[in-house]
Design a protein around this ligand. Structure first.
Ligand SMILES: [Zn+2]
Length: 435
């Protein structure tokens, strides 16, 4: 009962705030929530007791006075940062064991332990309480259900790993089926045909494979909402998914650090500024990396946590009237910004979107591609396309681009397209230069 109340409370709060149109009202509210959060964590987290010493109240404008944290800081101070006295060694042990056995419900008491992806030695640990899980469920339902709580929905959710976080979204009206990305595509298709979901949520790479099955007539479902998450949605995949399912692709931008953005009814991504404050660290005029302050996470406070992602502001905002920042796209990770020299021998960044556009505008018959910066002066291009001369057009587009922005034209090499391994995140633009 308590669980349902917490879910519904978050649901209705999110719905109520979705009607707000004033940015000023939103910021006044954010500031109030921020100070409540700081007061709470100052009492319970030894780490924040130190950080917030002498801080009585803080305006959003003064938020930058607090230190920035990232995964390293979070892991270094894990034990004294969380408010429930959980130790890193214990949390790691239980999370790794759960992963080995693919038993996805590692818990310490009522706290779920999550492991973020990353190379070994660089993985993050996340702690979420039952109340936070329920709030998450209520918020995500409010933002994503196409018809609110009025109609029954069957949600098919594709994940790398199940967790209690997702299990919390199941009731009489909402049924939720978990699909393990490790399973075979044929198994997915059969299960989907049998269960006939009304909402389909998957990473773009999986959604793309399902779209192909749908186009072939083998996958026979007609969900009313298509949602992608967990990978960059490439315009190439977006177009094909939309064509196959006959619906616009909605997006959820979420990571272990928080639920950060979701698309509105018009398909525009808006930052979830009703649960997080997002400072923008600008990379150029429109692009920024988010620094997030979550005022709902009480177990493991996220205060000025810097993410390594590139987000692009949507010019002109969104016509839906929401005061929450509109985003044109999540472009990729900062690690995947390419770097090349200009004629003055200065190294400059090249953002993934420029490379992406140079490739996909070359021909409508490009089915798959990857572009990898393999060395300081080498671009490796992988293409899967029907037709002749496409490589030459791609080469010319890329060369023209480099000449236009006055960069040294790199050595462009074509290699066969290598499909992704299971569980590997699809990255169509990737920098793989030894540092
Ligand atoms: Zn909108």
């Amino acid at each position: 009962m308590k669980r349902l109340l917490q879910i519904l409370s978050a649901y209705f709060k999110t719905k109520r705030m979705a009607g707000w149109t004033s940015r000023e009202k939103l910021e006044v509210w954010q500031e109030k929530k921020l100070n409540q959060q700081l007061k709470y964590i100052k009492k319970r987290s030894p780490y924040f007791q130190r950080v917030l010493e002498g801080v009585e109240s803080l305006s959003i404008k003064d938020l930058p006075k607090l230190p920035v944290m990232d995964k390293e800081v979070m892991m270094e101070h894990f034990d004294e940062l969380n408010t429930v006295n959980i130790h890193k060694t214990e949390a790691f042990e239980i999370a790794l064991k759960a992963e080995d056995t693919r038993d996805f419900s590692p818990m310490i008491g009522s706290i779920t332990v999550g492991l973020s992806s990353g190379t070994s030695g660089n993985r993050g640990l996340f702690l979420v309480s039952e109340e936070e899980r329920n709030m998450w469920a209520g918020t995500i339902l409010a933002k994503l259900l196409p018809d609110g709580l009025k109609s029954k929905e069957r949600i098919a959710f594709f994940l790398r790993a199940n967790s209690n976080l997702y299990g919390s979204v199941t009731s009489n009206r909402i049924s939720f089926a978990f699909f393990d990305l490790l399973d075979d595509l044929d198994v997915h298709v059969k299960r989907l045909n049998d269960s006939n979901p009304t909402i389909l949520a998957a990473p773009p790479s999986m959604m793309r494979m399902l779209a192909e099955k749908k186009a072939e007539g083998i996958l026979r479902i007609s969900p009313k909402k298509i949602i992608t998450m967990a990978e960059v949605l490439d315009p190439l995949d977006e177009t094909m998914i939309e064509a196959a399912f006959g619906h616009r692709v909605h997006q959820v931008y979420q990571c272990t650090e928080g639920f950060l953005a979701a698309t509105c009814s018009r398909g525009t991504l808006h930052l979830n500024e009703d649960i997080v404050i997002i400072e923008k660290e600008f990379l150029d005029e429109d692009r920024f990396s988010p620094i997030i302050t979550d005022f709902t996470r009480k177990t493991q406070p996220i205060i000025r946590y810097k993410l390594n992602d590139i987000l692009t502001l949507k010019k002109g905002g969104c016509s839906c009237g929401s005061p929450m920042t509109a985003i044109a796209q999540i472009e990729g990770r900062c690690d995947d910004i390419f770097y090349f020299k200009n004629k003055n021998d200065v190294v400059v960044p090249v953002f993934p979107d420029f490379i992406r556009r140079s490739v996909i505008t070359a021909s409508a018959s490009i089915r798959e591609y990857k572009v990898i910066q393999a060395a300081d002066r080498v671009l490796e291009v992988q293409l899967a396309a029907e037709g002749d001369g496409i490589e030459e057009i791609v080469r010319k587009n890329l060369e023209d681009f480099f000449l236009r922005i006055e960069l040294e034209v790199p050595d462009i090499r074509f290699t066969p397209y290598t499909p992704n391994q299971k569980l590997q995140k699809l990255k169509r633009i990737e920098r793989k230069v030894d540092k």
